[in-house]
Design a protein around this ligand. Structure first.
Ligand code: NAP
Length: 364
């Protein structure tokens, strides 16, 4: 069964594990109103207990610079996510960074921070020990891998963090491993701010040796860009599937949130009251607090500045619905949400934040 999953393992910096344990102890004394957050913490604890964990210590950045071995890291892509991820590698480790992007000028902030600009994607893989990729779509990922693959040779690492479907991840894996390289898919949960703050969550599958290497305490790679990294097995596609499942959940929640805001307007209720009520209850979601104020203050002319572009959210809904199709599972909620993002795209909101799905539900 190509959908079977090996037992997962994930690594967390020890400070995160211990702060969760602390939080759980505090929550145990609370009443039922906090049961949702208790469950969340308990399930994290359970995962921690049943999986083998690679703990990645977080040293201070100055000691990291002194102790980490010097490696050359490649980065392909220079969009909303790639730039802050690559900056965290440049600023927090003893790395040489070599970068390439289809539109070279987008690499300017990285070159300014000390990275070398390569002429081609192939040159990046030739010079780097490990190359990270963060581009938009399955098509872009395949295009970049096609350009990069001839630079890959025995033992080199290729970590593709783009959100794609499992078939694409498997194709890229083949392209890289047929050249003797090691492939890891590593799509991320988290948006622009977590990318800037090194708080991403990596959902990895593929080469376990590469996963361990880039998580090693002297590598300063995944732990500089993220707060946790899961290894979901050697079967490539597990990372893509997990990422699509997480994002279809997020996209459905956002679409439902947008509907609630619009209905509040129709019912002449205070939208601030809606946010306050949601924030106090068990269905509070950090995303409501982050996106809500901008959404309730918006009108039909508002352009939502992109942290997560709406066109990418719709791509993820489409790929999640496609995955469910392939597995014979009906997904009515996500499928309906997908239609809302499609409408927002048709109305020209591609490059706005996915909160712009509100435009698709408002009576305007
Ligand atoms: P973005 O800002 O739109 O950047 C897209 C990148 O892909 C750019 O570097 C772009 O190059 C490159 N690209 C697009 N088509 C290409 C092609 N045909 N060939 C080569 N390069 C191509 O996207 P992003 O928000 O950083 O997202 C990147 C990936 O991360 C997506 O898969 C997204 O779903 C996922 N993701 C995003 C977020 C988020 O909050 N933004 C969070 C988690 C995951 P040019 O500069 O030349 O156009």
């Amino acid at each position: 069964n190509n959908m079977s999953h090996a037992a997962s393992s994930f690594s967390l910096p020890p400070n995160i594990i211990s702060s969760r344990r602390r939080r759980r102890r505090v929550n145990n004394n609370n009443n039922n109103s906090s049961s949702l957050s208790n469950n969340k913490n308990n399930s994290i604890e359970k995962t921690t207990l049943k999986s083998s964990i690679i703990i990645t210590p977080r040293a201070s950045s100055s000691s990291d610079k002194m102790t980490s071995k010097q490696t050359t890291i490649g980065f392909l892509g220079a969009g909303i996510m790639a730039v802050p991820m690559a900056l965290n590698l440049i600023n927090n480790g003893n790395h040489n960074l070599i970068v390439w992007n289809r539109t070279a000028s987008a690499c300017d902030p990285l070159v300014k921070a000390g990275a070398t600009l390569a002429k081609t994607a192939q040159e990046v893989c030739e010079k780097a020990d490990v190359t990270y990729v963060m581009v938009s779509t399955p098509e872009a990922t395949l295009e970049v891998a096609t350009l990069a693959k001839d630079g890959v040779s025995d033992g080199k690492g290729y970590v593709d963090c783009s959100t794609v479907d499992r078939h694409t991840a498997q194709k890229v894996s083949e392209m890289i491993t047929s050249k003797g390289g090691r492939y890891l898919e590593g799509p991320v949960s988290g948006s622009k701010a977590p990318a800037e703050n090194g708080q991403l969550i990596f959902l990895c599958a593929g080469s376990e040796s590469l996963f361990k290497e880039i998580n090693a305490d002297d590598a300063n790679q995944l732990n500089k860009m993220g707060k946790a990294s899961f290894f979901l097995g050697e079967e490539v596609g597990a990372g893509a599937n997990m990422k699509l499942i997480v994002n279809s959940c997020m996209g459905s929640i956002m679409a439902s949130f947008a509907e609630s805001i619009a209905l509040c307007e129709d019912a002449s209720l205070s939208k601030q009251d809606l946010l306050d009520v949601l924030a106090l209850g068990a269905i509070n979601v950090p995303m409501f607090g982050m996106k809500g104020p901008g959404m309730i203050a918006s009108d039909k002319n508002t352009k939502f500045a992109p942290a997560f572009p709406l066109k990418h959210q719709q791509k993820d809904m489409r790929l999640a619905v496609q995955l469910a199709d392939e597995l014979g599972r009906e997904l009515p909620v996500a499928a309906a949400a997908n239609e809302m993002y499609k409408r927002a795209r048709r109305d020209g909101h591609d490059d706005e934040d996915f909160a712009a799905v509100l435009h698709a539900v408002r009576r305007e």
